[in-house]
Structures are given as structure tokens and as C-alpha cells.
Design a protein around this ligand. Structure first.
Ligand SMILES: [Mn+2]
Length: 360
């Protein structure tokens, strides 16, 4: 039987109702867009109410009424706080236990819900994360498109680089190229890191200029619709230090080893462990300072976690990153990353660009 997204959340949460709440931007919950299948709108001050059996009601203001009616769910429009209160009283009547998305609901909204419903609130965000980690066909189509945009931009990077350009210039070129290729926005702020700066995994681009011998690390992802993608490549601008060339070979080997552990039913931690063993068994022991991967969907970092501490199991339909790295302070860093779809028998790599050692 085909279950709607709201039904999947209702059955996983096991509550009398689940309320997804949007405050004012940026305190918005992607789960609202997930259940309503909306592709636009701001929906500040809007709520999605999922009943025990998976029915969906949307509570919103006049401003978003027209947009709301294009999505899933029965739309209830309020004009005043009193209207809102009576809508909630009707929808939540008889509910003793209400699930909320504790990771994203504001304190004020949860106090309000408690007051209008008289119910006990329970954080069901881990259960919701488990549901949204498994993408349906529509979502996979969007993620595939997002990955296509990002891959096309990756293929254009070698032609963008020239001596003396700054990291900021490179990141701006990447961003506008992704838009030109059909992207609908950045999944996160693009990282362009040259030389020793590439040894900082979450670096922000500066006015550092590209010099001969630099490692040049680019970590970027376009959105398509509401969905993200994630890709990293490290290339070399002219002949570089031998140590970086050796590190590159180890990262590539670690990535292959990790990706062999990515299939439906595999413990997520196995991919991290396999990659980490390769790096820690090399001269670069201890230099892989983050986890192997993370789930990708409407958010750039979501469930499952692909770290050595993860208790998640990889399942068909999950989309995760595979991104080992080696970071040598003062010299440079290497990271190679792709976005990967978990399938029944293994996985499919959704981003696509040559990952062999490249000197430009
Ligand atoms: Mn990533």
C-alpha cells in the first residue's frame, strides 16, 4: 500500500497528532515543505498538523492562502490570534499526546501549542528524521537534477582558474555557473580554499590569491527545487608538494574503501571505519578529522550520520555524501566528495566528475 508522507510520519511517531511549526525566517522547518509537497512560499507562522491516521491540515495566514492550496492538506486560514486558537482547538481536540519537531520548533511555539491543546508534547524529531532520510521517487528526481547541475559546474572549474584570482572570485564564479546550469540556489556557502587554507574543512573564501603549486579545494552544491547536492574536488595549480600527491592517493583509496560499504542494510559506521582505517594506516594517521558522510535532502546535513559512532543503518532510497579527507596544517588539505544514492544491491553515485589526480 502506498503511504503518503504524512502517513509515514504519523505511523512512525505514534502520537495522537504531530504538529510541524514554522516561526519567522530562518526558524522554518523543511518538514513543513516535505509533508505539504510545496515547492515555494515562505509560510512564516504556518503549521502542518498531522493526525493520528496521517490526515494533513495546514494552518496559515491570508498571505499564503493561494500558495497553500496548491499543496497537500486541508487549508485553514486565520486572520487573528483568536482565529488561530479556535482552528487549533478544533484540530487538536481530544489529543493527549502531541509530537513536535523538537530540533526546529521554537520555545514560544511549543509553549503556545501546550496552552491551546492542553496536551503533553513529545519531541519526535529523531523519528521524523528517520522517515525523511528515505527519499521517494519525486525527491530522488530532484536530487538527481541538483547533482547534475553541480557536476556540470565541476567540469567547468578547470577552465575558470587562473593565476592571481582570489578564493572569493572563484566561489562567485562557481555560484553563478550553478545558476546558469539551472540550479535554484546554493545548498550551502561555496568553499574555495587555496594552498594552506585547504587544510580547514569548513573554510570561508578570502582574498587569498591562487599561486603556482597550490592545492585548490572546491566544495559546493546546487539546489534544484527544494533539494540539495554536495560535491568536493581538490585540484593542483601546477606542480605541488609530493606530500599532497601522496595524500591524494590515500584519500582516493579511502573513498573507494568506504564506498564499498555503502549498500542497503549496511551499518552506516562501516563506511567511515573502512575509510578511516586506510588513512590511519598511512603516514597521515589522525588527519581525517571529520566523519565520512551525512544524509542529504532538503537540508544539506541530515540523517543518516555516516560517522564511526553512528548507529544508523543505510537503506535503499537514502542519499548520503562520501567525503574522506586529509588535512595537513600549514601545507594543505585534500577532500574528494560525491553524493551517493543507496540502492538495493549497492549504491549509485549521483554526482559525476573525474576524481583522478589533476594538475592544471
Ligand atoms: Mn558534504
Amino acid at each position: 500500500m502506498h503511504m503518503s508522507r504524512a502517513q509515514r510520519i504519523a505511523s512512525s511517531a505514534g502520537m495522537d497528532a504531530v504538529v510541524i511549526s514554522n516561526g519567522t525566517s530562518p526558524f522554518l522547518d523543511p518538514v513543513f515543505w516535505y509533508v505539504t509537497e510545496q515547492t515555494s512560499g515562505t509560510f512564516e507562522g504556518s503549521f502542518a498538523v498531522i493526525s493520528k491516521d496521517g490526515g494533513l491540515d495546514v494552518v496559515t495566514g491570508r498571505l499564503e492562502e493561494t500558495t497553500a492550496k496548491k499543496g497537500k492538506g486541508n487549508v485553514h486560514v486565520y486572520e487573528t490570534r483568536d482565529d488561530m486558537e479556535s482552528i487549533f482547538k478544533g484540530l487538536l481536540k481530544g489529543c493527549g499526546r502531541i509530537g513536535i519537531s523538537g530540533r526546529s520548533v521554537s520555545y514560544n511555539a511549543s509553549e503556545y501549542l501546550k496552552k491551546v491543546s492542553g496536551a503533553e508534547l513529545t519531541d519526535v524529531s529523531a523519528k521524523i528524521a528517520g522517515v525523511i532520510a528515505i527519499k521517494d521517487r519525486k525527491e530522488i528526481t530532484e536530487i538527481r537534477k541538483a547533482c547534475g547541475v553541480t557536476s556540470k559546474t565541476a567540469s567547468e572549474i578547470p577552465g575558470m582558474l587562473h593565476r592571481g584570482m582570489t578564493e572569493k572570485e572563484a566561489s562567485r564564479l562557481i555560484d553563478s555557473d550553478m545558476r546558469d546550469n539551472g540550479g535554484t540556489g546554493n545548498a550551502f556557502e561555496t568553499i574555495a580554499a587555496f594552498g594552506p587554507n585547504s587544510a580547514e574543512p569548513h573554510y570561508r573564501p578570502s582574498d587569498r590569491r591562487l599561486k603556482k603549486g597550490d592545492a585548490a579545494l572546491f566544495d559546493f552544491g546546487s539546489m534544484h527545487g527544494m533539494y540539495c547536492s554536495d560535491l568536493t574536488r581538490t585540484v593542483f595549480f601546477g606542480k605541488t608538494d609530493d606530500i599532497l600527491e601522496r595524500a591524494y592517493a590515500v584519500v582516493l583509496k579511502a573513498k573507494d574503501a568506504g564506498m564499498r560499504e555503502m549498500y542497503d542494510g549496511a551499518p552506516a559506521k562501516d563506511a567511515d571505519t573502512a575509510a578511516r582505517n586506510i588513512i590511519d594506516g598511512s603516514e597521515f594517521k589522525g588527519m581525517f578529522i571529520h566523519s565520512f558522510g551525512h544524509g542529504i535532502g532538503m537540508s544539506i546535513h541530515e540523517s543518516p550520520s555516516v560517522s564511526h559512532r553512528s548507529e544508523d543503518i543505510l537503506k535503499e532510497g537514502m542519499v548520503v555524501s562520501a567525503e574522506p579527507g586529509i588535512y595537513i596544517p600549514g601545507t594543505g588539505g585534500i577532500r574528494i566528495e560525491d553524493t551517493v544514492l543507496i540502492t538495493k544491491g549497492g549504491h549509485e553515485v549521483l554526482t559525476e566528475f573525474d576524481q583522478s589526480f589533476t594538475v592544471i
